[in-house]
Design a protein around this ligand. Structure first.
Ligand SMILES: CCCCCCCC/C=C\C=C\CC(=O)SCCNC(=O)CCNC(=O)[C@H](O)C(C)(C)COP(=O)(O)OP(=O)(O)OC[C@H]1O[C@@H](n2cnc3c(N)ncnc32)[C@H](O)[C@@H]1OP(=O)(O)O
Length: 712
């Protein structure tokens, strides 16, 4: 697991060997320590190079070991190995190709010199796993770069490209050629030279003025980045230790903080997200299609129909993935504006051509329709695409809720029709829901999943139902938020509870950002509001269940959110982003409650969280029950990468498991009893069954789901 060889007569080359990322597993740690000791004791060896086998230097500690303390404790500890490396009396050079991340960079920091390939990247991403760089990284990096630059890297966890790392002083030299060969030559030139100053553990941290104020500010900043997350705060504390304590004391502080984080629920949740993100690539569909049995036809040309905000973002995402794209918009003025906007986003042409004619889509391998949410308009477009497009071309819709199968029925190729549900802004957001209807072929899903990967998206294969997975689960969450306003809460109270939980934005701020009119249009399409509703229908009941018309009333007042400068909050002008409380809304809610004989009561944050989140989770269980998502992990990936669910809470289904399924069930029962007209609060049968089976861990839910489905 660590290869050891002598080259050029005096250089020991230690190569970490653990594909695919050369993670520091127990066996690698063992091998590394033995190799370092061998190099120390061999009189022929005068210098050492540490590299990664077959490309990447090292992707850090082996994350798979983290769930099990006995795995972590088997083999030598990273801190001990890195101390031996730093203490070696012979120059040690890290030869970094590919990436040096987490424990990998900490190893490089313990070396006396760092050589990088010009395309390598380095970073300490532990914070995104709910941890801190706990093998000396939080103490050595500030001593090398200074507190400011080190803190930025540690708290953001960002990957730094080799060029920037050289400027920061993190890498000593870059090469375009063979990194190991260059490092070997350099190691030889350093043989016999003094090393004391090269040992970062010996160096003081560069001084910093107003240290207290600096770290106070840093804590506030870290709190704002990921609310409720412990790791960013621990990172700040550890770096403060580096700035104020001798090295060994700083290392003790780092160790204490790391032990607390490592055993926390937040680290468990963040780690779960890491594997969930990667697991989504191993997709299956309810029809039995699988990622490993379907061959995808490559897609190299695409057409995007409709160049509103979504269409523009999709065009950019496809062009950045290297596709040649034709962007089609039948309204000429919109086409010119879109062309300018797309060029700006792409910083140039970027393989995109423009047309006002749908015929331009004729040669594309894939067409993505992104016109506004109107079934009749979409049906007409799909009819035309069916005859315009070449045989074999895939026809996708970017609808966020409409029936894929109905659109497929308008074509002569239903097996090639699917949904590609991008999230706004489409060129930025990581999530892509790949929606297959009952007639979508496995090859079509495979091609879309492969394309999603090329675009750098977390692509999740889901089934067809109103709202698919994400928006279907969002509906009960939003509904409970409206009901809470009716019962006495304010948008500020609801949003504060959700933001404290960790969402970047509460539900009402989010509605203001995305536009209240979007949901209004969907509700009109569903016949819940608008001309189809007769005057004799009670305002707060639809189809026998409780309904809140609050969103509709807001839209009737022209309050669409940020775009109109007024929504659940007030904004300085249309398009402004800073939300202020609006006294108008307070009176509006008071009048509304009075009109409907509703008595405002005191609502606390706990109730807000339980009503909104449990209703969403309950729908998640229904989604699993219906086979619309293949696993709870897929649901969690959708929520973390598309809906701002905090990573340190793992996703809604993981959160339910962490809270305890019995407690979620009990909460739903309590709220359903109090609000029997709200069916989303009625615990679904899969949840009951899981609790009855003793609340198995989340990776075992599929067994209960399978048994449950066979009885449906
Ligand atoms: C009781 C308390 C005791 C406390 C003692 C504490 C002792 C610990 C001390 C120190 C700890 C150090 C902390 C760390 O080093 S944490 C790890 C930091 N590293 C990372 O976060 C990097 C994670 N990986 C990535 O970002 C990417 O994988 C990357 C390396 C950039 C490669 O990307 P890409 O080429 O796109 O490949 P994939 O992401 O698809 O990965 C390929 C497969 O490799 C698996 N993988 C990746 N990294 C790791 C890893 N570090 N450990 C284990 N496995 C890893 C990944 O899951 C893929 O596998 P699969 O295809 O099966 O899903």
């Amino acid at each position: 697991m660590a290869q050891y060889r002598i080259v050029s007569g005096s250089v020991a080359v230690i190569s970490i060997q653990n594909p695919p990322v050369n993670a520091l597993s127990a066996a690698v740690r063992e091998g590394l320590l033995l190799s370092v000791r061998a190099a120390a004791s061999d009189p022929l060896v005068r210098s050492v190079v540490i590299s990664g086998h077959n490309g990447p230097f090292c992707g850090g500690a082996d994350i798979k070991e983290f769930g099990n303390v006995s795995h972590l404790e088997s083999g030598p500890h990273l801190v001990e190995i890195f101390e031996s490396v730093e203490a070696l009396a012979k120059p040690v050079v890290a030869a970094i190709e590919g990436f040096a991340l987490g424990g990998g960079l900490e190893l490089a920091l313990a070396c006396h010199y760092r050589f990088g390939h010009s395309e390598a990247r380095v970073g300490l991403p532990e914070v995104s796993l709910g941890l801190l760089p706990g093998a000396g990284g939080s103490q050595r990096l500030p001593r090398l770069l200074g507190v400011r630059a080190a803190l930025d890297m540690i708290v953001t966890g960002r990957h730094v490209a080799a060029g920037e790392a050289l400027k920061l002083g993190l890498l000593d030299r870059l090469t375009d050629g063979n990194t190991v060969d260059a490092a070997v030559r350099f190691a030889q030139s350093a043989e016999g030279k003094p090393l004391d100053d090269r040992r970062l553990g010996n160096r003081p941290c560069p001084p910093l003025e107003n240290i207290d104020a600096f770290f106070e500010e840093a804590l506030i900043h870290a709190r704002g980045r990921a609310r409720g997350a412990a790791a960013p705060l621990a990172c700040v504390q550890a770096v403060r230790g580096a700035a104020t304590l001798p090295f060994l004391k700083g290392m003790e502080l780092e160790k204490r903080l790391m032990e607390t984080l490592m055993t926390s629920g937040q680290a468990q949740a963040s780690r779960y997200c890491f594997f969930t993100e990667r697991g989504a690539a191993r997709w299956t569909t309810p029809t039995g299609a699988r990622w490993d049995t379907c061959r995808a036809r490559p897609i190299s040309t695409a057409a995007v129909i409709g160049l509103g905000t979504m269409g523009r973002g999709i065009t950019v995402a496809l062009a950045r993935a290297g596709l040649s794209v034709v962007a089609v918009e039948t309204q000429e003025h919109q086409l010119d504006e879109a062309q300018r906007a797309v060029s700006r986003m792409l910083k140039g042409g970027g393989g995109v051509s423009y047309s006002a004619d749908l015929q331009a889509a004729a040669g594309a391998d894939l067409v993505v329709e992104a016109v506004f949410e109107d079934m009749a308009v979409k049906e007409e477009i799909f009819k035309q695409l069916s005859s315009v497009c070449k045989p074999g071309a895939l026809l996708a819709t970017n609808t966020s809720s409409l029936d894929i199968d109905r659109l497929a029925s308008c074509t002569l190729r239903p097996e090639q029709v699917l949904g590609l549900h991008f999230f706004a802004p489409a060129h930025v957001m990581r999530l892509l829901e790949v929606v297959s209807g009952p007639r979508t072929s496995p090859q079509t899903v495979a091609a879309a999943m492969q394309l999603g990967r090329r675009m750098g998206k977390v692509s999740v294969a889901v089934g067809n139902c109103p709202g698919f997975v994400g928006n279907r689960m969002l509906k009960p969450y939003l509904e409970q938020a409206y009901f809470l306003l009716e019962e006495g809460a304010s948008p500020e109270l609801v949003d504060a509870a959700l933001e404290e939980f960790g969402f970047p934005m509460g539900v009402f701020k989010m509605s203001d950002l995305s536009g209240l009119d979007i949901g209004w249009r969907v509700r009109k399409e569903e016949g819940l509001t608008g001309p189809g509703v007769t005057a004799d229908q009670p305002m707060r009941t639809r189809r026998g269940r409780r309904y809140s018309p609050l969103g509709d009333l807001m839209c009737e007042e022209g309050r669409y959110g940020q775009k109109t400068g007024r929504g659940w909050y007030l904004y300085d002008r249309p398009g402004a982003r800073v939300a202020r409380s609006d006294p108008w809304l307070r009176s509006f809610l008071e009048e509304y409650r009075e009109r409907h004989g509703l008595l405002a009561r005191r609502i606390d944050q706990q109730e807000v969280l339980e009503r909104c989140l449990y209703a969403l989770i309950n729908e998640g269980f229904r989604v699993l029950e219906d086979g619309v998502a293949a696993s709870p992990q897929n649901i969690d990936a959708i929520y973390v990468f598309g809906y701002g669910w905090p990573k340190h809470r793992g996703g809604p289904m993981f959160y339910a498991a962490q809270v305890g399924l019995a407690r979620v069930l009990e909460g739903l029962e309590k709220y359903h009893k109090a609000h029997p007209d709200s069916p989303h609060l009625q615990p679904c049968s899969l949840l009951r069954r899981l609790v009855a089976s003793g609340s198995p861990p989340i990776h075992k839910w599929s067994e209960v789901v399978k048994g449950h489905r066979s009885q449906l």
